[in-house]
Design a protein around this ligand. Sequence first.
Ligand SMILES: NC(=O)c1ccc[n+]([C@@H]2O[C@H](COP(=O)([O-])OP(=O)(O)OC[C@H]3O[C@@H](n4cnc5c(N)ncnc54)[C@H](O)[C@@H]3O)[C@@H](O)[C@H]2O)c1
Length: 303
Amino acid sequence: MGNFLDGKVVAVTGAGRGIGRAVALACAAEGAKVVVNDYGVSIEGGAPTSEIAEAAVKEIVAAGGEAVAVADDVSTMAGGQRIVDTAVERFGRLDGVVCVAGILRERMLFNMTEEEWDPVVATHLKGTFTVFRAASAVMRRQRSGTLIGFTSGNHQGSVAQANYASAKGGIISLVRSAALGLHKYGVTANCVAPVARTRMSANVPMELKEIGEPEDVAALVVYLLSERARAEKITGQVYTIAGPKIAVWAQPRELRAGYADGAWTPDKIADFLPGTVGTDPMPLLAQLEAMAQAAAAQQRPNA
Ligand SMILES: NC(=O)c1ccc[n+]([C@@H]2O[C@H](COP(=O)([O-])OP(=O)(O)OC[C@H]3O[C@@H](n4cnc5c(N)ncnc54)[C@H](O)[C@@H]3O)[C@@H](O)[C@H]2O)c1
């Protein structure tokens, strides 16, 4: 056991499996008291069971740590509140929340139903809000705390996961809003975009070139929750961690601007925009086109 998080109380959602479980175990091993939340659902979000959260708590306790299970659904306000209340009632304070819970319902946009859209956005985006909302009220009073959201490289867009990509983009904006709104209360907010071997990443239809283990992601989360990161005033950031790689994402900003002489008209814009303000090409679209070309070349009969 280390002491990176000695004396801290941390709540982790989706902490029964995959990355969340590794985060909860690592926090406990570094001295934190942990609230283990997991609704215990299938990858699509069905068949909930409390056994998943309870199993992670048993593992933590068996290793000499302190933890309590909350098997609530993070997409409800009551669930988010119960996670935070449990931390305060059982352990007296709340220093960090890590919102890892997530589900997938993949479908092309033109076929996606409301039943595929709503639960995915509710679990990821609202499920981060419900916990941040309740936690930030406690942390504002404490004048300290750390909020961590989980996004994905897919916030850039995704062929068959418009629901997931939209939720993950929303989480980045929620984290940046939290970083801005809670700055004066000593509360930091950051986002992690992981790539790690779990049942969720096993679902990705293409080979992931850069991938690591849930424990790699847990090491970054422990650091972000620690006084070492707080001393560096790290807030409003998005970090990718994929095995040995850690990367920081750029803040969104205007790339190029142009100004009209008088009011814009569609005609003036058509003459002006392409050669000046232009576009910022999508890296993922270029990747998709390269893959389509490679597939077409493979199918072409040898000359
Ligand atoms: N694994 C990767 O490579 C990868 C890549 C990008 C983003 N992510 C993100 O990391 C997070 C963890 O992913 P993972 O791969 O460990 O997934 P996982 O499926 O192994 O674990 C997710 C956990 O969340 C729980 N959960 C689902 N809905 C819940 C709800 N409503 N309330 C509480 N708990 C709920 C599940 O029961 C499950 O135990 C997710 O937010 C995911 O989108 C993962």
